[in-house]
Design a protein around this ligand. Structure first.
Ligand code: DON
Length: 553
């Protein structure tokens, strides 16, 4: 205190650093070791968590091209230590201005298979480049030429293909072969490259350099924008220069809730994540989980998932286009109403619906960052399906997303994740499609957790499992490891990882009237950090299902 008063007494201004609540360790957990390492190097060059967030996103765009990229979008949850500001950057894709409600329907009103998933017509207007430019100019300390340098280097010099890349590329091989630029950028002689093959993306390096030099305009205006529009239109898409010129990042107020004294700060619409997560937790808070048998616990958790996802389908969409009853949906009293119909001895049937066909949940990506000053970033980024639309725009190296499939192409018809939606998430020009991405902060008495994961519609229930583990006193290793199960209202089925339900639990749940679907493979790729309030120490973990890495310094 005296130390702080001295400058005042002397009548001069001398900068005396204030001890933040957190002077301590820094950590990054991301889905790829090269991205984690590049982010830490930026912190060591004097960057803050927001600078590192630019670097990690850009490196992931290069080394995990199947997951996210400059042709996609995402949400960045930020916490700024110096003033406690908490905000979500919404860099979600928007529907092109020429899009319309029936874009993917044939003259009979049926959804044309594949049209919202493959090729340029499936791509929304990217938001990630705008979000990174915004992060750098408003929150970072370094220039984009510094923070994008590692990604430019890796795009130019190449990175070694791994088995995960090979799996993803094999899965999308047919579509990757459809356009010459995709073939050239991601395949070798039309085949999936061998592990260890050095994959170079010189055109992407050039586009990243344009962004490094000109920021936002390096992507949305000028030569890159012209190439993007020309390339998309020549291949049957509907983008216009105006789409790019008018794209804006939005700053959204995060969704907040509380569960047994734990504070949750999570994704706001156009993500459904925060609302659905808080709704499930509010419902569960009405029960004492510890007194229930393991089957009863699972039954109850599934019933809360069912109810929260029903509201998702009914009410959620782009807040700039539809009015969402947010306050009501996250109100504990409203949750009390939802739980009234839960029976502990029987599943509540969701209405009949065809089963969806969800994917594996390892495309899309998440990273968590805490710097030594206590700034935090929780970011989930996507191009949707593995390798997005599989369409690379000629002359740009930009692989486009297929995020348009996250709209409800026709009310009641499930998308690739089996999700149904209605009016609130119907296609409109310039509208953002509803998302499940749920970058989150959790504050406890002990400290603060930063976590999130990819996994399509299952993202939000993975966060629920992680937070329930945290509430039980477990650490990051367990949040990311815990076996997962999921219900999303429709299809009316519990999807589960093979080790998530014991034989006895399976029988008991079937007896209660649940339908079960055992998944062939595990899903998700959670990246989590925990900062300890007292010691300033950071611990972290990367999902054992993925290749990622958490590093602390
Ligand atoms: O925004 C969404 O909800 C989806 N586009 C996320 C896709 C995803 O996580 C894919 N991973 N399996």
């Amino acid at each position: 205190m005296l130390l702080r008063l001295i400058p005042l007494l002397l009548g001069v201004f001398i900068y005396v650093p204030q001890l933040q609540a957190t002077d301590g360790q820094a950590g990054i957990a991301s889905a790829h070791p090269l991205a984690t390492e590049a982010g830490l190097a930026i912190l060591n060059q004097g960057g803050n968590a927001f600078d590192a967030a630019v670097t990690v996103a850009a490196v992931l765009a290069v080394v995990e091209p199947y997951s996210s990229g400059m042709g996609g979008g995402g949400f960045w949850m930020l916490h700024r230590a110096k003033d406690g500001l908490e905000v979500m950057l919404d860099g979600r894709e928007r529907a092109p201005l020429a899009a319309h409600r029936d874009l993917y329907l044939d003259p009979q009103g049926e959804v044309i298979p594949g049209l919202s998933v493959n090729g340029p017509l499936s791509a929304g207007i990217p938001g990630q480049p705008a979000a990174l430019a915004h992060l750098a100019s408003l929150y970072g300390r370094l220039t984009l030429s510094q923070t994008l340098a590692p990604a430019i280097h890796l795009a130019r010099e190449g990175f070694p293909v791994d088995e995960h890349y090979r799996r993803m590329a094999s899965w999308r091989l047919e579509q990757l072969r459809r356009w010459p630029e995709g073939q050239q950028q991601f395949l070798y002689n039309g085949e999936v490259p061998e592990a260890g093959y050095l994959l170079k993306q010189p055109e992407l390096a050039e586009t990243l350099s344009q962004m490094a030099e000109k920021g936002h305009d390096g992507f949305y205006r000028g030569v890159v924008a012209e190439r993007l529009v020309q390339g998309v239109r020549a291949a049957g898409g509907i983008w216009k220069l105006e789409d790019l010129d008018t794209y804006q990042v939005m700053e959204r107020k995060p969704i907040r809730g509380e569960y047994r004294g734990i504070k949750i700060v999570s994704a706001a619409p156009p993500s459904s994540g925060g609302i659905v997560l808080i709704s499930m937790l509010n419902q569960l808070a009405r029960y004492d989980l510890g007194t229930l048998s393991s089957t009863q616990q699972k039954h109850l958790i599934v019933e809360t998932m069912r109810r929260a996802y029903r509201d998702r389908a009914e009410y959620l969409g782009d807040p700039d286009f539809v009015s969402i009853p947010v306050k009501q949906l996250i109100d504990p009293d409203y949750a009390a109403g939802l739980t009234r119909s839960i029976q502990m001895d029987a599943a509540t049937p969701s209405r009949q619906a065809p089963a969806g066909n969800p994917t594996e949940g390892q495309d899309t990506t998440h990273y968590s960052i805490i710097d030594a000053e206590g700034n935090r970033v929780s970011a989930t980024l996507s191009i949707n399906y593995p390798f997005g639309s599989c369409f690379v725009v000629p002359g740009t190296g930009i692989l486009l997303n297929d995020e348009m499939d996250d709209f409800s192409a026709r009310p009641g018809t499930p998308n690739v994740y089996g999700l149904v939606g209605g009016e609130a998430n119907a296609i409109e020009p310039g509208k953002r499609m509803l998302s499940s991405m749920t970058p989150t902060f959790v504050e406890t008495e002990q400290g603060v957790a930063v976590l999130g994961t990819p996994g399509g519609s299952r993202i939000i229930t993975m966060l629920l499992h992680g937070i329930l583990a945290l509430a039980e006193g477990e650490g990051p290793e367990e949040w990311v490891r815990r076996p997962r199960y999921h219900h999303q209202y429709l299809p009316d089925v519990i999807q589960y990882e093979s080790d998530a339900l014991t034989e006895d639990e399976q029988q008991a749940l079937i007896h209660l009237g649940h339908q079960l679907k055992r998944l062939d493979s595990n899903y998700g790729n959670m990246q989590a950090l925990m900062w300890n309030r007292e010691s300033g120490a950071v611990t972290g973990a990367s999902d054992p299902r993925g290749l990622g890495k958490a590093m602390i310094q």
